[in-house]
Design a protein around this ligand. Sequence first.
Ligand code: ZN
Ligand code: ZN
Length: 368
Amino acid sequence: MSQTNQRWSSSTKSMDDGMLDVLLAGAGRAAEALLHQSVSQSVSRKPNQAGIEEEERGSLLSKMLPFSSAAEAEAALGRGMTAAESLWFSYSASLPDHLLYCHNVAILLIVYTIAPLPFALLDILRSPSPPKLQPRAPRLTPAQILRCYLDTARILLLTVGALSIFSFPVVRAVGIRTGLPLPSLGEVALQMLVYFLIEDYLGYWIHRLLHTPWGYDYVHRVHHEYSAPVSYAAPYSHWAEVLILGVPSFTGPAIVPCHITTMWLWFVLRHVEAIEIHSGFDIPFNPTKLIPFYGGAEHHDYHHRVGQKSQSNFSSVFTFCDYLYGTDKGYKLHKASLTKLKEMAAENNLEQAASLEQARKNDFDKKP
Ligand SMILES: [Zn+2]
Ligand SMILES: [Zn+2]
């Protein structure tokens, strides 16, 4: 059987189609019916065959890659492949589906290695700009940052690696596809929005559970070791937390199945977003500040700053869950006191500013 016929997203539908042909054609055509699932059978279909077959073919096209050559793929698509589709065809046609899925591990490790680097360099160089969100917190040394990177990479490799091997049947069952055509930009954008919303909502409640005494002491305490987070500490967590937080990340694609390239993009964007909110820097003109209800680095940095006792800012992406469930009160007090401090400093009322700063340190941060 052709390797292109191993597309796991095609399993249910193509098997049904194959069985239907067997029944229709009778025992004498059983071999041909089996070939229905193969490349040669796909090629034999004419673009203008009966309507039911057209419908069947359309369904197959959206779920599988049953072509052995670019010409066959274009004939079945009824158009030429785009540059992206040609690239995808040449890359994926001969790769087993499980191997394609396991690309997740390499992608996550590459993103985790490269994306935090600019922020880490700013930390290592003790750059005064952009400003740190916790300017008085001691900056990590290169050796400490390297230790954080190596510890985290090891946990990611073990957990995400194991998950990629054992979750493959689930990914296949929910209908993640690998074939042609590739999704449109509009489809990808809508799926990203849905995935971020689901991630934010489920992640909010999981994070709140992790702040119960048991959840914090046995699991979440590890992630809070960095009270002034740095970019490489974004996924720094207990191995159980890495697995638990995989649930909200995977729920979106499970509810709204996508192409595997969309899934890769989703994991990359989610990872980059987590790195940005743990950067420890308040980046001026950051384009993410234009995203409505986006929490950003300042929002999550406050959660780390307060630590175990924090009852604020459990959301990892947006701010509306904390607003809706009233878990942004401590953050609001913090922001109000900062604004007041800036006003006093501007008025040169340094004595009053120092007194407020002391009160803020003693009080606001530890209250919900
Ligand atoms: Zn937390
Ligand atoms: Zn965090």
